[in-house]
Every structure is written in structure tokens, then in C-alpha cells.
Unconditional design. Structure first.
Length: 153
């Protein structure tokens, strides 16, 4: 597609596509935000699966928990009458395209911001914090297994 039509529209403002977008960004920057949101969302799902697997030693549960986090919240957001809270669920990281034109504003400490500004750092920091926790859980399990094997010998 790019070979035939070119990438000349990458530097056009996103408002040509989304009239109500509050961000002053180009189409290329919006594309990069979509890629980053998908990456952080995938990283969060993988980290959650690793943590559940390390804690429970159950692969079915480790696969089910990220599925529940990322796939059931969109359905719950249609049922539960809390639209402000539902835009902060982790499934929104996989839907940055729609977040760019369907915005919801939040006021935190006198500063007005969009959900996009909240969701990115919160789930990225959750991934950064949970990675050492996963490592610690696995390390303690391995130490316990080694101690049991040494006692058996």
C-alpha cells in the first residue's frame, strides 16, 4: 500500500481524520502511539500471565487471567454504568486508535488530562514493578525445590 500510494500523509495532522482529537499530533505520531500502546498492553498481559503462573503453577489459570483482564473489561464497560472508570482498564491499551477520537477527561491535582496520559504510565510502571516480583517468586520457588532435593539426597 505504501509503495503504491506513498507515505506523504504521515505528516498530516491527526485532526484531518479525527475532528475531535485533543492532541496536536501527526498521523505518524498517532501510529507510533498505537504501536506503543499495543506493546505495553502485550507486555502487561505477559507479565500478568507470568506472575499468575509463578504463584499458582497452573498454566490454564495463567492463560485465563490475562484473557479476563483484556477481553472481559470491554464487555463490562458496556454493562457497568461507570464509563469514567472503564476507560482506565488495561484493554484500552489495545484500542489507542479509538482513544484518540473518543476522549474522556480526568482532573488529577488540578491538572486536566486525557485517559491516554494516565493509561500509558500506569500500566508501564505496573510492568516494571511486577517483573522483579515475578523473578522473586520464581527464585524463591527454585531455592525451595533445591533445598528439598538436598534433603532427599
Amino acid at each position: 500500500m505504501l509503495a503504491a500510494l506513498g507515505a506523504g500523509g504521515a505528516d498530516c495532522p491527526i485532526q484531518f481524520q479525527f475532528r475531535r482529537c485533543i492532541y496536536n499530533i501527526t498521523n505518524l505520531q498517532a501510529y507510533l502511539l498505537i504501536i506503543a500502546g499495543g506493546y505495553i498492553g502485550t507486555l502487561f498481559a505477559a507479565t500478568t500471565a507470568m506472575l499468575v503462573s509463578a504463584k499458582t503453577h497452573n498454566t490454564a489459570l495463567a492463560a485465563a487471567v490475562p484473557f479476563l483482564l483484556l477481553c472481559t473489561f470491554p464487555f463490562l464497560s458496556r454493562i457497568i454504568p461507570l464509563p469514567g472508570l472503564c476507560t482506565l482498564f488495561p484493554d484500552r491499551l489495545m484500542d489507542i486508535f479509538n482513544m484518540l477520537h473518543d476522549f474522556s477527561l480526568y482532573e488529577i491535582g488540578g491538572t486536566v488530562m486525557d485517559a491516554l496520559v494516565i493509561v500509558f504510565p500506569v500500566y508501564f510502571l505496573a510492568c516494571v514493578v511486577l517483573q522483579p516480583v515475578v523473578y522473586g517468586v520464581e527464585w524463591s520457588r527454585k531455592v525451595a525445590e533445591t533445598a528439598i532435593e538436598n534433603k532427599a539426597v
